[in-house]
Design a protein around this ligand. Structure first.
Ligand code: DGL
Length: 291
């Protein structure tokens, strides 16, 4: 296992690196920007290889290490894996490989659910990769072993979220609703009172999901808890940027959809951010991208 050392450089203006396979990570970035309004952020969307969900965990793990190395080389003082699939596949290895703190989204999402549930019946929807690895079951059991967890892979939701933000409006199409019913009806039947949106893309279609689940079910995402954790780590290390520093954001994409990311940054984050295409060393397994 190789290691990149950045511990000699104590620069509070060093950026926080955040990445996902696509637009989903922006839901986490948005919360990070809210609670850390004086930081520099570099967001990397691995859109050329999106979706991660159907890929083998070994392959996703290699993406995590590759992107982590890229962000560490850019001098990031911290790395946030804003993707559940990538967290499940590669967080532990990334934490061993890099000398900067690496935070994932599964543990924070599990924590949010454990705090929220009253009936102790929790539903989890996520990509097939996250579900197959039992990531949430394990994380929730670690926090509170008595909670019953009902999991459902909902891979089409990634495509639906990406397509919506590619600019074809906000009204859920009939087909989207059929997918929502297929994925969520079993969880309604299980009478969960809390549903974890265990993929960072899903908050982008929370309305579609909420409509199926009904108003008695609370939807939780990892974003807030993750952002709180990132701030706590930076505070502990004395690495929070000073109060006079401006918020800055730079975006990198591996696909040829820089324009889409620029529009999403404006729509979702309310900022104009430069977006550049980056080619990672081993972009060997490019698919069509999510949209
Ligand atoms: N947004 C990602 C997640 O949280 C992955 C979506 C995908 O690429 O399949 O799992």
């Amino acid at each position: 296992m190789w290691s990149l050392s950045t511990t000699d450089r104590v620069d509070e203006r060093a950026p926080i690196g955040v990445f996902d396979s696509g637009l989903g990570g922006l839901t986490v970035l948005s919360e990070l920007m809210r609670v850390l309004p004086h930081e520099r952020f570099v967001f990397l969307g691995d859109s050329a290889r999106c979706p991660y969900g159907p890929r083998h965990p070994e392959e996703v793990r290699s993406f995590v290490l590759e992107i982590g190395a890229h962000l560490a080389q850019l001098g990031c003082k911290m790395i946030v894996i804003a993707c559940n699939t990538a967290t499940a596949a590669g967080l532990a290895d990334a934490q061993r490989a890099f000398d900067v703190p690496v935070v994932g989204v599964v543990e924070p999402g599990a924590r949010a659910a454990v705090h929220m549930t009253r009936s102790r019946r929790v539903g989890v929807i996520a990509t097939e990769g996250t579900i197959a690895q039992g990531a949430y079951e394990r994380a929730i059991a670690h926090l509170d072993a008595g909670i019953q967890v009902f999991s459902q892979a909902a891979p089409e939701f990634v495509r639906i979220a990406e397509a919506r933000f590619a600019g074809d409006g906000s009204v859920a199409a009939e087909e989207d609703q059929r997918w929502a019913q297929q994925y969520l009806a079993p969880l309604v039947q299980r009478q969960v009172d809390t549903l974890v949106l265990g993929c960072t893309h899903y908050p982008l279609i929370a309305d579609l999901i909420a409509e199926q689940m009904g108003e008695d079910v609370t939807l939780v995402s990892s974003a807030e808890e993750t952002a709180r954790e990132v701030r706590a780590i930076l505070e502990r290390r004395g690495d929070v940027a000073g109060p006079d520093a401006p918020l800055e954001l730079e975006m990198l994409v591996t696909g040829d959809d820089a324009q889409k990311f620029a529009l999403s940054a404006r729509g979702l984050l309310g900022v104009e951010a430069p977006v550049a295409q980056v080619r990672l060393a081993a972009q060997l397994h490019e698919g069509e991208g999510c949209s």
